[in-house]
Design a protein around this ligand. Sequence first.
Ligand code: NAD
Ligand code: ZN
Length: 359
Amino acid sequence: MHKNFKGIEKTVFGRGSFAQLGDILNERRNDNDKFMLFVVDNYFKDKPLASQIPQKPGDVVMFIDVDQYEPTTEQIDTIRDQVLAKNGLPAGVVGIGGGSIMDIAKASSLMFTNEGSSTLYQGLNLVKKPGIYHVGVPTISGTGAEVSMTAVLTGPVKKLGLKCEWTVFNQVVLDPDLIASVPTDWWFYTGMDTYIHCIESENGIYNNVYSHAFAEQALKLCEDVYLNEGSGQTPDNDEKLMVASLMGGLSLTYSEVGVCHALSYGLSKILGTRHCYANCLAFNHLQDYYPEGVADFKKMLKKHNITLPQGIAKGWTEEQITRMAEVSYNLPHMWNHAIGLDWKDKITLDTIKDLFKRL
Ligand code: NAD
Ligand code: ZN
């Protein structure tokens, strides 16, 4: 079966395009109870952007701190319940922030129309009805959350996305000005998520002409941003990174991620390590699987003075390492892609434990 996915309905790209958000939303303002819900990264609370939000009387603006924890099912249920009780059903929800905020916007869009707790819908195609109109405005680039068909939530039992066609944004606003203020370490880790998406998407059995075309272009852009002469956080590079993030996301959607993401999920699940940082920790030691990608990654680390901690595995118990390896082993689609359909002949729980012990 070939993958057949819905894409973002509308995309605006360009410096200053955030100023168009008001007009874009006006087309939808008569829906439902005729107000917009804005979920905004708390970072912007006292920044100029907060006063540029095209807020009208009746709209709800929520500033959300994403540093304490990644989006949870409980958080989404609370947003939905509070807004429904106090304000009614929004015409739309707009997420202004990084992967965390965009996932909150995507998930709450779905939960406004689907009864019960969001825990019921963690998984593939479990959502029963389309959500409300939702818009993504990324302010940090790399995860591809702006284009993906999943909204990752941590619940009491699982950390798993609400994944279906209706999760995909109706509208995305890509304004490179918005990512200019990202601190260098986050700029690096989150941008590397895209780089790793491309390397993994390219190196495996599900790669094809369509996914390759996106990865090839996204890699070129990443090299300009992080590796080539002129690399660094500049306005030109912010434009490139924004497009790379989207294309890297499309590439993996039509192919698959691989060994690094499999390990990264183990780290996130057992130790709570954040996605992009966990990828960097793992990728640094995957030269056997992605020799060229890892060699360039090390050059990029050096170029931007990023130091990753070494020897962290020494602080983990054997039991923790086993649990991490079990999480990774249970992602067969990633291993299928990266190693081949006979991966179980080549990769055992011990192979994966040894990979973790390299960290
Ligand atoms: P994030 O949203 O977690 O934000 C990272 C940090 O950057 C925060 O401190 C935030 O306040 C800050 N920040 C954001 N924009 C800023 C700006 N313009 N200036 C200054 N600071 C800014 O970052 P992320 O790495 O984009 O997202 C990680 C989340 O994305 C995780 O929750 C992960 O589960 C999720 N994710 C989702 C997908 C998907 O397809 N849905 C894919 C990968 C990861
Ligand atoms: Zn990723």
